[in-house]
Design a protein around this ligand. Structure first.
Ligand code: FE2
Ligand code: FE2
Length: 139
C-alpha cells in the first residue's frame, strides 16, 4: 500500500511510542482513502483500503482496550464507548464504499477524520499519560 505520510501535528503526538506509531499508520491509511476518493480510483482499490483501515482500527482499539484493562485505567468504559462509535461509523463507511456511494463515503470519512483528531488529543492523551506513569520504562 502506498502510504501518504504527512506532518503530524504536535497535539497528536502523545509520547507513547506504541500508540503514536499506530496513530501515525491510521492517519496514513485515512489519507490514502481520502486521496483515492478524490482521484476517483477504482472500486477494488477503494475496497482494499477500507478493509485495511477497518482491520488496523480494530487491532488498535483492541490493543488500547487491553492496555486499559491491564493497567487499571479508570476511564476505560467511556474510552471504549468512543471506540464503539467510531467503529459504527467505519462500518457505515465500508457500506457506502461497497455500494459505490462516494459522496456519503466522503462524509463518513470526514466524520472519522474529525473523530480521530479529537479522540487522540482528548481521550488517548490521558491514557498515554497513565501508561507512561505506570510503566515508565516503556515509553
Ligand atoms: Fe482510543
Ligand atoms: Fe488511539
Amino acid at each position: 500500500m502506498d502510504m501518504n505520510r504527512q506532518a503530524i501535528a504536535p497535539s497528536y503526538v502523545l509520547g507513547c511510542k506504541e500508540l503514536d506509531n499506530d496513530h501515525e499508520v491510521l492517519l496514513a491509511i485515512v489519507a490514502t482513502l481520502r486521496k483515492a476518493l478524490r482521484e476517483h480510483r477504482g472500486q477494488s482499490h477503494l475496497d482494499k483500503v477500507v478493509i485495511e483501515l477497518a482491520a488496523y482500527c480494530d487491532a488498535h482499539f483492541e490493543n488500547e482496550q487491553d492496555l486499559m484493562e491491564k493497567w487499571a485505567y479508570p476511564d476505560a468504559v467511556a474510552h471504549a464507548a468512543e471506540h464503539e462509535r467510531a467503529r459504527h461509523r467505519l462500518e457505515q463507511l465500508s457500506v457506502f464504499i461497497r455500494q459505490g456511494d462516494r459522496d456519503s463515503a466522503k462524509q463518513a470519512l470526514r466524520y472519522l477524520e474529525d473523530w480521530q483528531v479529537n479522540h487522540v488529543a482528548g481521550t488517548d492523551r490521558p491514557l498515554a499519560e497513565h501508561l507512561n506513569k505506570r510503566r515508565p520504562h516503556h515509553k
